[in-house]
Design a protein around this ligand. Structure first.
Ligand SMILES: [Zn+2]
Ligand SMILES: [Zn+2]
Length: 276
């Protein structure tokens, strides 16, 4: 599809039709989809979404995501980590499980880890400790990280600075301030954008997208959450990453082909085991 217009992303509801381009959904919760994961993966692959990274968020999910990435689905890679919501579940045993599986086929990152002071499902000091210890584990394993941060800009920036040059990774489903975006980029972390960039009220976020260098950005669905416009209200699935990609391409004034090439290269570079 040619990219001749550069209007606001929310005005573009036409379907994405070029299925020859390749996409990687770098952040999806396959085990939480409202539809069958295998069918969703097949539909996504037909749309060019040839790789997805499914996220381990709590210890009880870790064996499943490992199995899906290592054995069940060739299209799937995975991360292992403890989400800030579940930070109270982070433990030495969980650390040991991830360490013991460090060579597992399909494991490409530690995550998702981070801070969420919007929900505060775990106490903030527990979130901070779990975040730091998982960053240390990622450093030890030489793995990149996927970071979740919400309403925790100051503490996130402080911890990113501590790990500058020690750990690489990305801030997934980035919806924070332009200031945190600059800080993260400066600390060597990439930014990943979800369907939120298509939301009508997300102009500040689109301004952040505009400011991020093309070689530092990623696209994701965070499915089953946050379905993009025009799929709002439906269960999100990996194929919808194309709607986010279309919005990002328009914001960046690049063709979909260029964004496809660049985001695949970015993901392959950051998640170096993705192609292995
Ligand atoms: Zn998240
Ligand atoms: Zn997530």
């Amino acid at each position: 599809m040619s990219q001749s217009h550069s209007g606001p992303a929310q005005k573009t509801n036409k379907p994405v039709t070029d299925t020859s381009l390749r996409w990687i959904d770098i952040h999806v919760h396959l085990n939480m989809l409202k539809s069958d994961a295998e069918a969703a993966l097949a539909t996504a692959a037909a749309q060019g979404v040839t790789r997805v990274i499914t996220i381990g968020t709590e210890p009880k999910d870790h064996p499943l995501v490992l199995d899906w990435a290592a054995r069940r689905f060739p299209q799937v890679a995975c991360t292992l980590g403890v989400h800030p919501h579940e930070a109270t579940l982070w433990s030495e045993q969980v650390r040991q499980f991830i360490f013991d599986n460090r060579q597992a086929k399909g494991l490409v990152a530690v995550g998702e880890i981070g801070l969420d002071y919007y929900y505060n499902n775990s106490p903030q000091d527990v979130q901070i400790a779990a975040f730091r210890e998982q960053l240390e584990l990622a450093e030890e394993l030489g793995l990149p990280v996927q970071i979740h941060t919400r309403d925790a800009d100051a503490d996130t920036a402080k911890i990113l600075r501590e790990f500058r040059g020690r750990v690489r990774g990305l801030l997934h489903c980035f919806t924070s301030s332009a200031e945190l975006a600059r800080e993260a980029l400066d600390c060597g972390f990439d930014l990943s954008f979800s369907g939120v960039v298509t939301f009508k009220n997300a102009q500040a976020l689109r301004d952040v997208v505009r400011s991020v260098p093309l070689d530092r950005l990623h696209v994701e669905t965070d499915a089953p959450f946050l379905a993009p416009v025009p799929m709002r209200g439906k269960g999100n699935v990996p194929e919808f990453v194309l709607h986010t990609a279309q919005a990002v391409a328009e914001i960046k004034s690049v063709s979909l082909a260029e964004l496809s090439r660049q985001t695949v290269a970015n993901a392959s570079r950051l998640f170096s085991r993705l192609d292995g």
